[in-house]
Ligand binder design. Structure first.
Ligand SMILES: [Zn+2]
Length: 330
């Protein structure tokens, strides 16, 4: 159940302080955090956001004369104008190359260094988490990786035919900009694409393997605090992830005990999220009206005050002999 404030429209600063303090209080007893991030995390890194003014959708709209810039990020558009779309993605790649990690990224790395990060799930494709030292999850080569890139990484190319992934080379970048097809060095197929998830992506399995949701279920089971940072909840993917997490918590009977926090500068985010849910009973969400650059460093500082040893130990399993002793058989 979401508790609505009785006060009439509190001043943003008061609401901000209120939510921040609640998050920090909750963090005092947290030892395993699951953190989801969206474009707000990279807002001060030099990366464009999607739906804001002058953002990627608007630029796509102007460049391709489409009525809705979002269309460029759909698989149906990509299939029709693959080389044109790739040239546009090359611009996003160039932006990501120039981008610098934010204070929020550095705070994430600090939380991981304390041993309190269950995992970081990002919808960002900029690869910036890696630049602060967070390791990237991979189902085969790094299953214990700290950051799981839900929507891929713009620095990489993938072959839809054989699934081979490589970093974009400067020669390949020139080919993409010249709107020519790229051949896979592994299987020879001439259809290499950026490893970024598009809407209704028909090649989604080579961007993110389906078994990420098995990993997510395990992570949700181990986390005692879940944060949604810099996510506007305007995209269907993010609300779908929230619903899935909620479902996992419900199944585990942990909906009440696992605290969830939504961190964003705009009040619209929680509103967008709640509007997308059919049922908000038993839903406990702390709303933090702050940027990720403000909230995450404060969270890291609070977490640093309690040692990682405070992590709840697993329930003791008694040796059969001890069990016998306990039941008074010895
Ligand atoms: Zn291939």
């Amino acid at each position: 159940m979401v508790v609505l404030r009785k006060r009439k429209q509190p001043e943003p600063s008061a609401a901000q302080q209120d939510g921040l303090q609640k998050m920090l209080d909750a963090a005092a007893s947290a030892s395993s955090l699951l953190i989801f991030t969206g474009s707000g995390l990279s807002a001060t890194s030099g990366m464009s956001t999607f739906s804001t003014k002058g953002g990627l959708y608007e630029r796509a709209q102007k460049r391709f004369g489409v009525t809705d810039g979002k269309k460029l990020f759909t698989f149906s558009f990509f299939e029709k104008q693959r080389l044109e779309a790739m040239a546009f993605f090359a611009d996003i790649y160039a932006e990501a190359k120039r981008a610098k990690p934010s204070a929020g990224h550095r705070a994430l790395a600090a939380i991981a260094a304390m041993g309190k990060l269950q995992r970081h799930y990002t919808m960002n494709i900029d690869g910036l988490a890696e630049t602060v030292g967070l390791t990237t999850w991979h189902p085969d080569t790094n299953p214990s990786g700290q950051t799981l890139e839900m929507h891929g990484n713009i620095h990489e190319l993938v072959c839809p035919e054989c699934g081979d992934v490589t970093d974009v080379s400067s020669a390949q970048l020139r080919t993409i900009r010249a709107k020519r097809a790229l051949r896979c060095g592994h299987c020879g197929d001439a259809d290499l694409r950026c490893r970024v998830m598009l809407y209704d992506d028909g090649e989604a399995d080579v961007i993110t393997p389906e078994d990420v949701f098995d990993v997510l279920e395990e992570d949700v089971g181990a986390a005692d605090m879940i944060l949604w940072v810099g996510i506007s909840f305007q995209q269907s993917a993010s609300t779908a992830y929230f619903r899935r997490v909620r479902h996992f918590l419900q199944d585990a009977g942990r909906l009440q005990q696992c605290k969830q926090v939504v961190v964003n500068l705009s009040e619209d985010c929680l509103w967008n999220l709640l509007s997308s849910l059919s049922n908000t009973d038993d839903l406990h969400v702390i709303e933090v009206l702050a940027s990720s650059d403000e909230a995450l460093p404060k969270l890291a500082a609070r977490l640093a005050q309690t040692p990682a040893a405070a992590r709840q130990p697993p329930p003791p399993t008694l040796h059969p002999l001890d069990q016998a002793r306990e039941s008074g058989c010895s």
